[in-house]
Design a protein around this ligand. Structure first.
Ligand code: NAP
Length: 276
């Protein structure tokens, strides 16, 4: 088993995830895994970094596929006895003009952005070593979507006692409500992406609380963040930030010094804690 520190980034064959790997290759003292659902896209991305003189390693990971997550989990357990840094970056967004029915957009978006991210956390968080860092890439859209929820939903999503099961129930209810075309009546905003990212931010708050309760002495820091509006296939060419600039806040959170005890359980953008 290797004693080498290890970092894992999901959805890293392009966009912000790729830029996070590039920055970690330069700044993280250990092995950096670029993961991607498609091995050829992933290997190509590793080769691109190699041409820049950077050394990333590749492992397949489709966050929609529990089997794929468990293969990575077992690999990390066996080769490194755990992991030190986890960046949950993989995500999807339908284009504004996509004509797919809203209920389909809701189901597909929640499947990856919330349920996929949660499954990765369920399998990999127990492996995170003391002084490890976990970064869940959410979005400022989670804040604006929260503001468009009913007062009752806002109260639930801001609660300091909401459980992961309750959050899963709410995310499942959103998808069901869209299928019955009652989501607006039930207090949900009209954005599947926004609700999925509410899920990611609230999940991060819950997970940080659980770490406080169950692994207090391990000094693990876990946060959600927004990378900003970044020029990628998801956000288009008009966004102001380059992918490398978008990587700055996630990388800052991934590389917090070992004597830091904050931020933890926060929603961070531009390296600044935001009120949830
Ligand atoms: P992107 O260029 O579209 O990249 C998304 C990455 O996620 C791709 O590598 C994609 O892989 C991967 N992915 C999607 N589904 C996956 C799955 N099931 N398993 C594994 N990987 C999967 O988007 P981006 O702009 O870099 O976004 C990265 C993260 O930042 C997302 O969570 C996004 O919501 C968030 N974000 C972005 C912005 C922005 O302005 N760009 C703003 C706020 C938050 P494939 O190539 O195989 O599709």
């Amino acid at each position: 088993m290797s004693n080498m520190p290890v970092a894992v980034v999901t959805g890293a064959n392009k966009g912000i995830g790729f830029a996070i790997v590039r920055a970690l290759c330069k700044q993280f003292q250990g092995d950096v895994y670029l993961t991607a659902r498609d091995p050829s896209r992933g290997q190509e991305a590793v080769a691109k970094l190699q041409r820049e003189g950077l050394c990333a390693l590749f492992h397949q990971l489709d966050i929609d596929d529990l089997q794929s997550i468990r293969v990575l989990r077992d690999f990390l357990k066996e080769k490194y006895g755990g992991l030190n840094v986890l960046v949950n970056n993989a995500g999807i967004a339908f284009k504004v003009h996509d004509t797919a029915p809203f209920a389909v957009q809701a189901e597909v978006t929640l499947k990856t952005n919330f349920f996929g991210t949660r499954n990765v956390c369920t399998e990999l968080l127990p492996l995170v070593k003391p002084y490890g860092k976990v970064v869940n890439v959410s979005s400022m859209v989670s804040s604006s979507a929260l503001g468009s929820c009913s007062q009752e939903l806002q109260q639930k999503f801001r609660s300091d006692t909401i459980t992961e099961d309750e959050l899963v129930e709410l995310m499942t209810k959103f998808v069901e409500d869209t299928k019955k075309s009652v989501h607006e009546k039930e207090g949900w905003p009209n954005t599947a992406y926004g609700v999925s990212k509410i899920g990611v931010t609230v999940l991060s708050r819950i997970q940080a609380r659980m770490l406080n309760e169950k692994r207090k002495g391990d000094h693990i820091l876990l946060n959600a963040c927004c990378p900003g509006w970044v020029r990628t296939d998801m956000a288009g060419p008009k966004a102001p930030k380059s992918p490398d600039e978008g990587a700055e806040t996630p990388v800052y959170l991934a590389l917090l010094p070992s004597d830091a005890d904050s931020p933890h359980g926060q929603f961070v953008s531009n390296k600044t804690v935001r009120t949830w």
